[in-house]
Design a protein around this ligand. Structure first.
Ligand code: CP
Ligand code: NVA
Length: 309
């Protein structure tokens, strides 16, 4: 049994194995319907319990389909209906019940500490479905999408991130170190990665550059990533923050600084950081990106269950 909390804690070899498995599985079920089960139903009889302390559309749907396609089932708990949130039941007791009734637990949370606390008490795998500091399932899936579209290992590509230093970028930074790809970050000085992340970058052999000018970051990029300027539960003055990012909007001009065949990716939901003529252009692959989460999450589940081929 293995947990999936942070890309940092997972070996390069296992991350690559997850992506390769997802590739094979996606091809193998080309003609199947959403709820048809993969050959061999590798997670038959298994229950994935999911809980979201923050909103979710894509992560919720993709994990549901992922476990179903592997032959198992999913149950989504509402945090406001558990004794954990209101009745004072401990994480330890809650974790014991989750472990007895379910086979894996996927948690989207407002607290990184809570993931670690659950991990301490669970005897089933826990998966981080987004936390304040990372969004690992998203980024692993995005690497899959980049390689699928570009038909090259990501280590041979220039990746740009134009946007806030948030959970998604943190996971992209870790991925850049794990998969050894060039990552140019374009972000206003005030919102550049914090000291902890900066030290992590410095202490690891990396190919990461940080620019306070979006054009420098986008120069000759194969892929431009962005995300909302204001994330969920981001307790900031929204108007002020959006103002800082005025020059970091993804528009046609910025896309033209990148390579001709550069693609645009965004985890969604979006805000005003990308213009509609880019978002709905041929270069934008955001719908394919969202759908791929099902395929990669299946392989993440199999990794957690020790059943990766
Ligand atoms: N990208 C992503 O995680 O989407 P949701 O917040 O809708 O799950
Ligand atoms: N950075 C965003 C990602 C949403 C999927 C957030 O945390 O709100």
């Amino acid at each position: 049994m293995k947990h999936f909390i942070n890309l940092k804690d997972i070996s390069r070899k296992d991350l690559r194995k997850i992506i390769n498995d997802a590739k094979k599985r996606k091809i193998a079920r080309k003609k199947l319907n959403n709820l048809d089960v993969d050959k061999g139903a590798p997670l038959k009889g298994k229950l994935l319990i999911q809980m979201f302390e923050k909103s979710s559309l894509r992560t919720r749907l993709s994990f549901y389909l992922a476990i179903k396609q592997l032959g198992g089932s999913a149950l989504t708990l509402r945090p406001d209906e558990l004794h954990l949130s209101k009745g004072g039941e401990s994480i330890g007791d809650t974790a014991k019940i989750l472990s007895n009734f379910g086979n894996a637990f996927m948690l989207r949370t407002s607290s990184d500490k809570k993931l670690e606390e659950f991990k301490k008490y669970l005897s089933i795998p826990i998966i981080n479905g987004l936390s304040p500091s990372s969004h690992p399932t998203q980024i692993l899936s995005d690497i899959f999408t980049v390689e699928e579209i570009k038909k090259k290992p990501i280590s041979k590509l220039n990746i740009a991130w134009i946007g806030d230093s948030n959970n998604v970028l943190n996971s992209l930074i870790t991925a850049s170190i794990k998969f050894s790809f060039k990552l140019n970050i374009g972000c206003p000085k005030k919102y550049q990665p914090n000291k902890k992340i900066f030290n992590y970058i410095k202490n690891n052999k990396n190919k990461i550059s940080i620019y306070s000018d979006a054009k420098n970051a986008a120069y000759r990029a194969d892929v431009i990533f962005s995300d909302k300027v204001v994330s969920m539960n981001d307790k900031v003055n929204k108007v002020k923050k959006l103002n800082y990012f005025r020059k970091f909007r993804i528009d046609k001009k910025l896309m033209n600084i990148a390579k001709k065949d550069c693609i645009f990716l965004h985890c969604l939901p979006r805000g005003t950081e990308v213009n509609e003529d880019v978002f709905f252009s041929k270069q934008s692959k955001v719908w394919q990106q969202a759908l791929n989460r099902v395929h990669v999450q299946k392989s993440i589940l199999l990794y957690c269950f020790g059943k990766l081929r």
